[in-house]
Design a protein around this ligand. Structure first.
Ligand SMILES: C[S@@+](CC[C@H](N)C(=O)[O-])C[C@H]1O[C@@H](n2cnc3c(N)ncnc32)[C@H](O)[C@@H]1O
Length: 361
């Protein structure tokens, strides 16, 4: 780091040029992320993927969108080398390898889903700058579309791999789910993971709790629509959560670090498990120590999501503001402190962003 420290001697012009170039590329990449979010939400990537090379008029017509906007969006994507362009025919095409990362058909590998996070956070910039100046936090409902985007994102990282990848991380769990046990998902959001489990294991009983009324309302409506009888949702602040010996299996999916009282929740989970019970905690993979995250493939993204969302929503509840990158070392320590002597760390090769802890009392 020494060569970057401020000195009396003027900086090396080559270093300035290299850094300015990097920032220029960052501007282009940030713009691309914005356009990927729009491409996903409008269905333009899906439309492009099923059309042969086509004019902007044909693409706009097929997507039922305004041609002038579509043409400008296409220009951004062509200059980003995401969409190919034939100037002679004035046609555009999405290469198959790019469609494999940007379309609904590519789920769970649709990176455009996660791109929605950046404009979502960007919409909060004025408020977050105010908190930089005056302190304090934010509320979930201030973030436009938060639960919708979160559910879509965890739909790819968790739900799509639930039965083949996630639940098998807990030895012997699936036969117990088949036989019939009590399950809680704490901080369940829109409850997709629970709904999938409730449909798959009709003999088990499932409960989901979350602070946010709108998410629980959505989950309740959707589970009714799916005719699930073994599932209930409840609006509940989990800060003082405890439900002694009520559950055999408890999960949290990305739902500890932005709580008001993460330590209290973990202790409540430990108390709420029956003998032989197990807690599966999914959270963000990374270290509690900044210097160990320098080569983290998503370090800047995760710390940014933390600064714009996860930390302020915890602070906004009067909470600890642990931050998204509270890290695995602290997570393990807190699990032990909460009453889990046995904590196993598990990774899924297809999901480099997340880490899983299997904790038993
Ligand atoms: C990052 S989201 C994850 C949602 C869901 N588990 C998923 O994977 O899609 C974190 C969730 O924790 C919930 N949460 C935060 N603080 C809470 C609290 N004090 N009590 C209950 N839920 C809380 C939020 O409302 C939000 O739905």
């Amino acid at each position: 780091m020494d060569d970057l420290a401020p000195t009396a001697t003027p900086p090396d012009p080559a270093q300035i040029e290299a850094f300015a170039g990097r920032l220029g590329q960052a501007l282009n990449d940030a713009a691309l992320v914005q356009m990927c979010s729009i491409g996903h939400r409008t269905g333009l990537f899906d439309t492009l993927a099923r059309l042969p090379p086509s004019t902007s008029v044909r693409i706009a017509t097929a997507a039922a969108l305004d041609e002038r906007y579509v043409r400008e969006w296409l220009a951004a994507l062509v200059t980003a080398r995401v969409v190919s362009y034939d100037p002679h025919e004035q046609t555009y095409a999405l290469p198959a390898a790019h469609a494999a990362c940007l379309t609904r058909a590519a789920t769970p590998n649709n990176i455009a889903v996660t791109c929605q996070m950046m404009p979502l956070m960007g919409a909060m910039e004025d408020r977050i700058i105010d908190r930089f100046r005056h302190g304090g936090g934010t509320c979930y409902h201030e973030y436009p579309r938060f639960h919708e985007v979160m559910a879509e994102d965890s739909g790819q990282t968790i739900v799509a791999g639930l039965f083949d990848g996630v639940l098998p991380l807990v030895d012997g769990l699936q036969p117990r789910l088949q036989a019939g046990i009590d399950v809680l998902d704490a901080g369940c959001g829109r409850g997709h993971a629970l709904m999938a489990m409730a449909a798959r294991y009709p003999r088990s009983r499932f409960a989901g709790c979350d602070l946010c009324e709108d998410a629980i309302e959505w989950a309740t409506d959707e589970s009714r629509r799916r005719g699930l009888q073994n599932l209930r949702f409840e609006v509940r602040d989990l800060s003082d959560f405890t439900s002694p010996s009520a559950f055999d299996f408890i999960t949290t999916f990305d739902a500890v670090h932005d709580q008001k009282d993460p330590a209290g929740l973990l202790a409540g989970i430990a108390r709420s498990l029956r003998p032989g019970g197990v807690y599966l905690m999914q959270d963000i993979a990374g270290s509690s120590h900044l210097e160990r995250n320098l080569d983290h493939p998503f370090g800047t993204f995760i710390y940014t999501v933390s600064c714009m969302h996860c930390m302020p929503v915890s602070l906004g509840q009067g909470g600890a503001g642990l931050g998204t990158m509270w890290g695995e070392e602290l997570a393990v320590r807190m699990l032990h402190d909460a009453g889990f002597p046995s904590v196993e760390r598990r990774l899924r090769a297809e999901d480099p962003l997340n880490v899983y802890f299997v904790a038993r009392i």
